[in-house]
Design a protein around this ligand. Sequence first.
Ligand code: PAF
Length: 277
Amino acid sequence: MQVVKTISQFRQLRQPVTGSVGFVPTMGYLHKGHLSLVRQARAENSTVVASIFVNPTQFAPAEDFRSYPRDFDRDLALLGKEKTDIVFAPSEEEMYPATFSTWVDVEKVTERLEGACRPGHFRGVATVVTKLFNIVQPTRAYFGQKDAQQALVIKRIVADLNMNTEIVVIPTVRESDGLAMSSRNTYLNPKERQAATVLFKALSLARRLRQDSEKDAEEIRQQMASLILKEPLAQIEYVSIADAETLEELKIIDRQALALLAVRIGKTRLIDNMLLD
Ligand code: PAF
């Protein structure tokens, strides 16, 4: 496995590669969710590239950029075990030199849910992913279903900017009690960790209601919200039943629907989602 920190070093390694390149962009502090993306990339491509870059532009000033967990050596060991070929781990200055002034702004799908709660977040994600795709030139890029809105935003960029990369979305990897794997789970103390299972419980309730033929989206939202509110450590940011493609809120479930949640458990903001059909 080769580890490179500059764009020019990466390009030197990339240039002779002729077969397919599978790319897993990450912010590091890898967990089993990331590793499932790397495994799928390994199974489908002749070369596997992962990036580790905690992207400052997708964090608002009051968010957790400084405290975001980092463990570069552990990440490299895990990527090595999964037979990653190249790790691209640029510095902040490499990605955003002082002259940097071009941004990628995706409309519509970024306007609700995460986009509404975290202004500027998707502009940072869209910009860094576009830059990474330009550097890595991947055949396929792998993202987790846990960040469902992010995956839709990236699909939009690829379609709108005519990028020659296939976006592969991999199912959410969960702990045995249903909590979606996330680097931010490390912020939870034992009581909060227990309380955090309420997200999966609420999503499972939504799916059960839908399977029992409930079509009224508001009824499902309300039942999810009242289940979450029974957990004293939980504070709801949003509970959504939305069109799985556009993320528009539904009144009646008459197409593929996604239940999505953002909930604070203590100070930790967690998101999760589940397809209802
Ligand atoms: O999902 C993430 O870890 C990040 O948003 C990404 C895609 C690596 C961009 O910084």
